[in-house]
Design a binder for this molecule. Structure first.
Ligand SMILES: Nc1ncnc2c1ncn2[C@@H]1O[C@H](COP(=O)(O)OP(=O)(O)OP(=O)(O)O)[C@@H](O)[C@H]1O
Ligand SMILES: CC(C)(CO)[C@@H](O)C(=O)NCCC(=O)O
Length: 319
């Protein structure tokens, strides 16, 4: 009785098992060939063409309809006001744990959305760039808390989004390097009135004020989103993906003398395994449980992954 009741309990989401979701692609043509897809591959695993066809194409069709509807709404407002305001990008937020596949998801969606004629220019920004530089994190004694809410300059992120949403011709975003493990002061991303901006990061659906100033935050990052996605998977899979990626990086990027983790390139497999598991447990899993997972229900769409990054279920918020 108990379990039946919880199954029928109210949920703000419509839940689509993979089998149902894949039919929602309707007649959307497959716009990527194998070589274009190769450019999207993550660091150590391959995104399958089936996954793109069955999961990400229906998603791009849905997003295309939503973006089109919003563009029409702007046209209606402009017609009413009798003037043509500046171009205002549609903003999509993508949230989820470290190593769950946010940036891979973001890059697939970017590639698919940029093939639609009414929104060809799609920019991708990651909130990594809004982390405080290592020197500042050290000054605050929180270098071991990278990725936690207090490690981001949320005020700067909100200013960035406000500028993008106000239609400024050029807005600058800072850049983070996973190689040097720090902000790169000499690099910038320029956002020049694209049709869509995808903002990807652990913290994009968070609402808690990270500073110690005691002042309540009244504007949240997600206030600027037109749509939001949470990428989820059971923690045991995400941990494995984190460890797998750590091993791959050890054989590739960590070999570079400029890499912050260069010292890890000479470890044995077992030692590397242990270090990756320790970092996962002490930092990333804690952050997932305390600060990221609690934001899941704020997303408009949830991609629920299983083993091998296969999306098993898609949940869409009823409007
Ligand atoms: N759809 C997918 N199919 C196969 N492998 C994937 C997929 N998405 C991600 N991966 C792999 O999972 C790992 C993590 O992916 P990714 O770097 O995109 O995660 P992330 O959430 O952006 O991580 P971080 O927050 O640390 O930047 C990578 O090794 C990537 O190759
Ligand atoms: C930069 C973040 C916070 C998010 O991408 C993450 O990749 C990170 O560096 N976390 C800190 C612990 C670690 O090195 O995995």
């Amino acid at each position: 009785m108990e379990s039946n009741q919880s199954k029928t309990a109210f949920s703000p989401y419509i839940k689509f098992p993979r089998e149902e979701w894949r039919h929602l692609r309707a007649s959307t043509p497959l716009p990527l060939n194998e070589s274009e897809l190769a450019a999207l591959h993550g660091i150590n695993e391959e995104v399958s063409l089936t996954e793109v066809e069955e999961i990400y194409l229906p998603l791009s069709r849905l997003l295309n309809l939503y973006v089109g509807a919003t563009q029409n709404l702007y046209k209606a407002t402009n017609a009413f006001l009798g003037n043509l305001g500046g171009k205002v990008p549609y903003i999509i937020g993508i949230a989820g744990s470290v190593a769950v596949g946010k940036s891979t998801t973001a890059r697939i969606i970017q590639a698919l959305l940029s093939r639609w004629p009414n929104h060809p220019k799609v920019d991708l920004v990651t909130t990594d760039g809004f982390l405080y530089p290592n020197a500042e994190l050290e000054r605050r004694g929180i270098l071991h808390r990278k990725g936690f809410p207090e490690s981001y300059d949320t005020r700067q992120l909100i200013h960035f989004l406000a500028d993008v949403k106000s239609g400024k011709p050029e807005v600058v975003a800072p850049v983070y390097s996973h190689l040097t493990y720090d902000i790169v002061p000499t690099e910038k991303i320029l956002v020049r009135q694209p049709d869509i901006v995808i903002l990807e990061g652990l913290n994009v659906l968070q609402t808690v004020k990270p500073s110690q100033s005691g002042k309540k935050m009244t504007v949240f990052v997600s206030d600027f989103f037109d749509f939001s996605i949470y990428v989820d998977a059971p923690e045991r899979f995400i941990r494995q993906w984190y460890v797998d990626r750590f091993h791959t990086l050890r054989e590739t990027a960590f070999r570079d003398k400029k890499s912050y983790f260069h010292r890890f390139s000479s470890l044995t497999d077992d030692e590397a395994n242990q270090i990756a598991l320790n970092i996962w447990e002490d930092i990333n899993a804690k952050n997932l449980r305390e600060n990221i997972l609690p934001t899941k229900q704020r997303a408009q769409l949830i991609l629920q992954k299983g083993d091998h990054h296969m999306v098993e279920r898609v949940e869409l918020r009823k409007l």
